[in-house]
Write a protein that binds this ligand. Structure first.
Ligand code: 9Z3
Length: 304
């Protein structure tokens, strides 16, 4: 058995997995001959220390990249499977700050609450975009928390797309842990501090991009993100990933500058995509540029 098969054999499917699979099937069937389909993964995975989890390690990601990119894919006519970390940043809602909700509401005759006119003007275009997407059923919301939940749903989505919509796009922006604690090494209950300092051994997660590209979704257009903090390592690591897994595109980004620039790395070239000063002043999001470029490459791929 391959390491990745072993991983799935040892880690149980997430709660509601069968329902998610049924939703995926239905979503793909509706959209396959109507719209291009993208899977966008977003947010960080957790790795629990205990089965009844009190403590866990987390991967850095707010989910902004995935949520913003989802909106841009939707605006390009895509149907999007938004596989995201529960309670991370989400499309549309990300523009509204819940802290100001109570200030934005005012009471009208009859005791009803409504948004003040200033806030209404801000919310209205977002609400309209959301309502249009919803009426066309163009977004499927799937959530994960742990690494294992994420991997189960990633495999199910990839296999479903391969079967129903083999020209679909995978846009893997989630920040996925490389380390985990296997089930048989995991404490069942809260680890007690009375036993003294804690030493934890984190094991390596099998590289799932390998079966994803070669077994689960060999015909799909696969875009992965590579996150580094050391500028000197970024291109080398992105190129290495592309060579190893042979997918279509790696988008490299540094934690420190990820909102302003990314590097597109393919087999043939690497090119920097950076917000210009006027774009920064206009508050253009880099995801708008990333998605424009990815959509153009995906369209080319679909033609052949
Ligand atoms: C990314 O590199 C994303 O762009 C960010 C987005 C997580 C930096 P935010 O959610 O940040 O907007 O705050 N995602 C991929 C991270 C990752 O785990 N990649 C793996 C790796 O680098 C390969 S698939 O080894």
């Amino acid at each position: 058995m391959d390491e990745w098969e072993q991983y799935f054999a040892e880690n149980p499917a997430p709660r509601g997995y069968d329902i998610s699979c049924a939703q995926l099937e239905a979503f793909c069937q509706v959209h396959v001959n109507r719209n291009p389909i993208a899977l966008v993964t977003s947010g960080g995975t957790t790795v629990p220390f205990e089965r009844n989890t009190v403590r866990f390690v987390d991967n850095f990601s707010a989910g902004t990249r995935g949520a913003a990119s989802t909106e841009y894919f939707l605006s390009h006519g895509y149907a999007v499977i938004f596989l995201h970390r529960d309670k991370s940043v989400t499309p549309f809602l990300r523009h509204l700050d819940p802290r100001f909700l109570l200030d934005a509401l005012q009471e009208v005759p009859g005791g009803l609450l409504q948004l003040s006119s200033i806030h209404s003007a801000q919310v209205h275009p977002i609400w309209q975009d959301y309502q249009r997407v919803k009426s066309e059923s163009r977004i499927l919301w799937l959530t994960f928390t742990t690494l294992s939940d994420y991997l189960w749903l990633l495999r199910a989505t990839t296999q479903c797309l391969q079967q129903r919509a083999p020209k679909a796009l995978l846009y893997l922006a989630a920040a996925v842990s490389d380390f985990y604690i296997p089930q048989d090494k995991m404490a069942e209950h809260k680890i007690q501090s009375a036993s003294g300092p804690l030493t934890v051994t984190l094991h390596l997660v099998p590289k799932m991009l390998s079966p994803l590209v070669s077994v689960w979704g060999p015909e799909l257009f696969v875009v992965s993100f590579k996150l580094e903090t050391d500028e000197k390592k970024l291109i080398e690591k992105a190129t290495e990933s592309l060579r190893k897994y042979k997918h279509d595109l790696v988008i490299g980004n540094l934690l420190q500058t990820r909102r302003e620039e990314v590097t597109f790395v393919t087999e043939k070239e690497s090119s920097l995509l950076r917000l210009m000063e006027h774009q920064k002043a206009e508050k253009t999001e880099i995801e708008k540029l990333i998605v424009e470029e990815v959509v153009s490459r995906h369209k080319n791929f679909i033609k052949y």
